[in-house]
Design a protein around this ligand. Structure first.
Ligand code: G1P
Length: 287
């Protein structure tokens, strides 16, 4: 199965840092955000990656390919091991598709049609960094294999956060699995059918593409995947799945701070130091 990463966004929330570098290259400690999502995909058994990019995203297109000058330099300084974590990706299959106009998430996905063909495919939004025992995408793939229906990842969010997400309601058919009956993109709190929020992991079937095309012809500048999924729900069952794990919103500055701290607390080489400074800070606060 192929996996599509929509990475064409301008990253305005991180300006000026993202003036010259893609936001997906921003490091969480020493690893770019995009690598967490690609690693999750690899750990889920996927190895065919489709990036929907844009002008200015060249660093992202280069990142998963070898850099001979840097390799030579590291070899000369006996530091080749520093890129060990990255080398496994050099053998995987990456396809890059340019989104020429910023017409939205749904439009970006529609561009993957030629590459994905008539097969089911995965979508991952790298802003959503998920830490879990079993990789989040592997969990979704299991649900897809069992029910053969499109699956979207969900978590509950506090009501104040509802207007930032796709929100759904439906009926549960198994533990953590529900059939989506209502879906609305970024509703006002008063209009939300629940606090079940779409998180950026999806397994979609190719019948989404004609619906995206139809959405593309509608009014408005931003073409939303959610709107095409609402049409898909009229034709077939679409499932929501409450994944096991914790999701961090690395796509906002505050969420990025939280992501950094949590990743640092989970990494053996940074855990003790991070714990110590957090403890010191908490103690000094009391003084
Ligand atoms: C997108 C989706 C939204 C989903 C969110 C998850 O929104 O359109 O339904 O809840 O990702 O991160 P965006 O964050 O791109 O505005």
């Amino acid at each position: 199965m192929k996996i599509v990463f929509p990475v064409a966004g301008v990253g305005t929330r991180f300006l000026p840092a993202t003036k010259e570098i893609p936001k997906e290259i921003l490091p969480v400690i020493d690893k770019p955000l995009i690598q967490y999502a690609v690693e999750e995909a690899v750990q889920s058994g996927l190895s065919d990656f489709v990036f929907i990019t844009a002008r200015g995203k060249e660093a992202l297109e280069n990142y998963f390919t070898p850099n001979p000058d840097l390799d030579d330099f590291l070899k000369r300084h006996q530091k080749s091991h520093l890129l060990d974590g990255l080398r496994e990706f050099y053998t995987k299959n990456f396809t890059y598709i340019r989104q020429k106009q910023a017409l939205g998430f749904g439009h970006a996905i529609a561009l993957a049609e030629k590459v994905v063909g008539g097969e089911p495919f995965a979508i991952s939004l790298p802003d959503d960094l998920i830490i879990s025992r079993q990789p989040a995408m592997a969990q979704l793939l299991e649900v897809y294999e069992k029910y053969k229906s499109p699956v979207i990842a969900f978590m509950e969010v506090p009501s104040a956060d509802i207007p930032r997400y796709g929100i759904a309601a439906g009926k549960f058919i198994a533990d953590r699995v529900f059939q989506i009956e209502k879906l609305v993109e970024k509703p006002a709190i008063a209009d939300a059918p629940s606090n079940f929020a779409v998180i950026g992991r999806y397994i979609m079937t190719p019948d989404i593409f004609p619906l995206l095309q139809a959405t593309a012809h509608g009014a408005g500048a931003e073409i939303q995947l959610t709107d095409a999924v609402i049409q898909l729900m009229k034709k077939r069952r679409v499932l929501g799945y409450f994944f096991e794990g914790r999701r961090f919103d690395a796509g906002t500055t505050l969420g990025y701070i939280e992501t950094l701290i949590h990743v640092a607390l989970r990494r053996e080489d940074t855990r003790d130091f991070t714990r110590r400074i957090l403890r010191d800070l908490a103690e000094n606060e009391k003084l």
